[in-house]
Design a protein. Structure first.
Length: 227
């Protein structure tokens, strides 16, 4: 199952195709637009989680598009530029962008930047306390209680539970969970998540032995069910 929705705004089909392939391999849903004047209607119609916005576009300049988007939306924007003279302005991010990348670039680097910006956005937007069913999680104190019983979790188990609890019923793929728990620089593999899930189930199960709170969705990943 695909994760967040990335909107690519790029008039060069080859570049857009490469980025789309790499992002989809990382479990993102991707939409591609070729013109700057398509962006505002596209945001309203599709509600993307992040925009990769080229500067040199037909229809409307990427910098002006970014300014217009910022008048009504806080969606993360990564600017893409091949214009050296624009770099200083982008470094200051005075136009309201969250990050920038320069052409030519590595597609893997762009995916890493996308993941990093989304992580910062999630951290900023995520609540300090989550209560789902009988489980309570406090991000500030790093404490988790099941019913009235505290349980001790490793940092990875805590991040994994927080991710699942923030979106009850939403299915997360293993690779998506791995990225959220460890970050894109972690040299791991998808099955690492299975070990974390096994340990998490065991710890929760000691307090709630008859409740299957973390469900396996075979061939896809895991989801959290309110207990």
């Amino acid at each position: 199952m695909a994760g967040e929705h990335i909107l690519i705004v790029e008039d060069e089909p080859k570049i857009a195709g490469i980025l789309k392939d790499y992002l989809e391999q990382s479990d993102f849903t991707v939409t591609h637009l070729k013109r700057g004047d398509q962006v505002l209607p596209g945001i309203n119609a599709q509600s993307p989680d992040l925009i990769l916005l080229d500067i040199m576009l037909p229809g409307a300049d990427g910098i002006e598009v970014c300014r217009e988007v910022r008048k009504f939306s806080t969606v993360p924007i990564i600017m893409v530029t091949a214009k050296v003279e624009e770099i200083d302005r982008l470094i200051g991010l005075e136009i309201g962008a969250d990050d920038y990348v320069c052409k030519p670039f590595s597609p893997r680097e762009v995916v890493a930047r996308v993941k990093a910006v989304l992580r910062r956005t999630r951290l900023k937007d995520s609540p300090d306390r989550l209560i789902v069913g009988s489980i309570r999680l406090d991000r500030n104190t790093r404490e988790v209680t099941v019913g009235e019983a505290p349980i001790n979790l490793t940092p990875s188990e805590f991040e994994l539970l927080m991710t699942l609890m923030a979106r009850p019923g939403r299915v997360f793929s293993r690779s998506e969970l791995l990225d959220r728990v460890q970050g894109y620089q972690f040299e791991g593999y998808d099955r690492t998540i299975d070990s974390h899930i096994k340990n998490l189930r065991k710890k929760i199960g000691e307090v709630l032995p008859k409740q299957d709170i973390i469900r396996t969705v075979y061939g896809v990943g895991y989801k959290f069910i309110a207990g």
